[in-house]
Design a protein around this ligand. Sequence first.
Ligand SMILES: Nc1nc2c(ncn2[C@@H]2O[C@H](COP(=O)(O)OP(=O)(O)OP(=O)(O)O)[C@@H](O)[C@H]2O)c(=O)[nH]1
Ligand SMILES: [Mg+2]
Length: 298
Amino acid sequence: MAIVGKVFNALKRTRDTISDAFDLVRQQKVNIESLEKLEETLLLSDIGFEIVEKIVNVIKINKQDNFISDVENYLISILPDHHNDKILNSSPVVIFMVGVNGTGKTTSCAKLANHYKTQGKNILMVAADTYRAAAVDQLKIWSNRLDVEIIHNELSHQPSAVLFDGLTAAKSQNSDIIIVDTAGRLHTSKNLMFELEKMYRLSKKNFSSFKINSLITLDASLGQNSLIQAKDFASKVQLDGAILTKMDGTAKGGIVFPLYSKSNIPVKFIGTGEDLEDLFIFNRNEYVQSILGTNKSL
Ligand SMILES: Nc1nc2c(ncn2[C@@H]2O[C@H](COP(=O)(O)OP(=O)(O)OP(=O)(O)O)[C@@H](O)[C@H]2O)c(=O)[nH]1
Ligand SMILES: [Mg+2]
């Protein structure tokens, strides 16, 4: 299936909610009642109150039934421009995968490794989740499937020590992209957040030839809660963007908007399933057209 079709399909539930809301306005014409209903329904997709208000204004100004292209233009205009893959352009690069438990870090590490490997990059993965024994095994299974090297140490409970070994190996092997899986943590856990800061510091101080990047995985189905997680992490560590996971099967895919407008975190990739291929570079036109159902190439 064409890539664009996969993203479109994964956004089905979000699109159903959003396009139902607009259909209602078309059927009942633009009036106070239909716009109120529109607001209510759009809020269910977690687009966020301020942006919903602005959409209503766009419709009021348009005054016609053909408001959808104005809404499309408006929504595209408030998202960051096409994903310019700074991460790749600046290799060698270390990518920390951070986030709350169960949001999709380990799976996203594997998907990212696959994404960059198919571009011919030399990848090394570091299993720095030393809290759960199963976490290292999980990443090892992916690394075998991908035929990508992994640095791990089941005997160590020090993520920084495993990281140090990983970056040392990466340096001697001239790896292009080092993907670091970290343990799930809540921002409220002081010790774990401190440990993450320490890992960043260690990388910057001892491996200054690597560019350090970090991505937070956010479970799209958690909607507004993801926004809170992103803000809290960003207040403690450098975040360069988000991977919005589990976009398949949720109607809350509108969270991309408040994430950018309220916390300035751009979505870089979206996860649309449990397999290696279920990761796509975020493209604002494709995303907006998929949630509105206005994609002309389908
Ligand atoms: N449907 C769907 N499932 C996903 C996606 N990404 C991850 N998952 C599933 O979510 C579950 C948790 O994923 P993990 O990658 O283990 O999450 P994690 O953040 O590493 O979890 P911890 O290490 O426990 O913090 C697994 O069952 C994954 O298969 C996605 O984009 N879509
Ligand atoms: Mg994990």
